[in-house]
Ligand binder design. Structure first.
Ligand SMILES: C[S@@+](CC[C@H](N)C(=O)[O-])C[C@H]1O[C@@H](n2cnc3c(N)ncnc32)[C@H](O)[C@@H]1O
Length: 285
């Protein structure tokens, strides 16, 4: 591993994008889009796609941001989505075909090690798909080779868990109801691998990127009802944590449901997110 700062992995994370997690993400695409789309839109804005450009969407999942990029670049441009999950890619292919987007392609591969055609993309993009690499420096070095010299990168990743109300609020409510709070995650592969901006700077610089910018984005997202929020919480790390305490699980979820009443608006339940929007350029060679 070329990153000496890696301290520990989030529990179970390296194998976490298995069939069961992919299945959950496919089933809950609508709710997850309501939670994540506004963040993806800001990351796409930071990428500033132009007609005719070519992009790689890293860890593209069910392809929602890849679809948005494919629309943005138009028929003279093209977008490739790469992901390790065959079932999520199948969902992406189905969306692209429903929309008749002939300029969007999907590749099943580990983005850290896959040999991409060199210097083919104008930009790399990701919405929460770049935090799971065993070796981020190796991964971004590999991805950088697929960029044209001077090509750009834009992605969204989570900040410190304590700054993401979607996660921290239920953790604290569960804690007040007998579920011990989990330790803060380390810098190993997982949702919070890039919580520290200084780490993002170091990793990207070591991987050959320049003009690195890490800007906080705070948005309230959601719009569904409490059941929808609970279904999202159940499939993520909050649910995985709470289920380790089976005798307190029911009480904790009842309390979280009650706490969600404070987040109800006329347009649904909205909760705070805290992300980094990261941009950089491949060093000119
Ligand atoms: C949090 S999900 C985000 C999915 C999608 N970008 C979205 O916003 O809906 C993370 C995605 O990264 C993918 N992933 C994780 N490690 C990967 C790797 N090494 N190479 C390619 N994809 C990876 C997972 O399969 C999953 O689809």
């Amino acid at each position: 591993m070329s990153d000496p700062e890696v301290t520990e992995s989030e529990t179970g994370t390296p194998g976490v994008w298995d069939d069961s997690r992919s299945h959950n993400w496919i089933t809950l695409q609508g709710p997850l889009e309501r939670m994540l789309a506004p963040i993806g839109e800001q990351a796409i804005k930071a990428l500033a796609p132009q007609k005719g450009e070519t992009f790689l969407d890293v860890g593209c999942g069910c392809g929602h941001t890849a679809l948005a990029l494919a629309r943005a670049v138009g028929p003279d441009g093209s977008v490739t989505g790469v992901d390790v999950s065959p079932s999520m890619l199948a969902a992406g292919r189905s969306h692209a075909s429903d929309e008749g987007l002939g300029n969007l392609h999907f590749v099943e591969a580990n983005a850290q090690t896959h040999t991409f055609e060199p210097a083919q993309f104008d930009g790399l993009f990701s919405r929460f798909g770049v935090m799971f690499f065993d070796d981020p420096v190796a991964a971004f070095t590999n991805l950088g080779k697929a960029l044209k010299p001077g090509g750009r990168l834009a992605f969204a990743c989570w900040r410190d868990r304590r700054e993401v109300e979607w996660f921290e609020m239920p953790i604290q409510v569960a804690n007040a109801n007998g579920v011990p709070a989990p330790d803060l995650p380390g810098t190993g592969p997982g949702a919070f691998a890039f919580a520290k901006p200084e780490r993002l700077h170091k990793v990207l610089a070591a991987a050959g990127f320049t003009d690195i910018d890490v800007t906080p984005l705070d948005l309230k997202t959601g719009g569904g009802d409490s059941d929808e929020v609970l279904s999202i919480l159940h499939i993520g790390f909050v649910g995985e944590h709470i289920k380790q305490f089976p005798d307190r699980e029911d009480g904790a979820w009842d309390a979280v449901r009650q706490a969600l009443e404070a987040y109800q608006t006329p347009d649904g339940v909205f909760i705070g997110t805290g992300t980094w929007i990261v941009t950089a350029r491949r060093t000119q060679v």
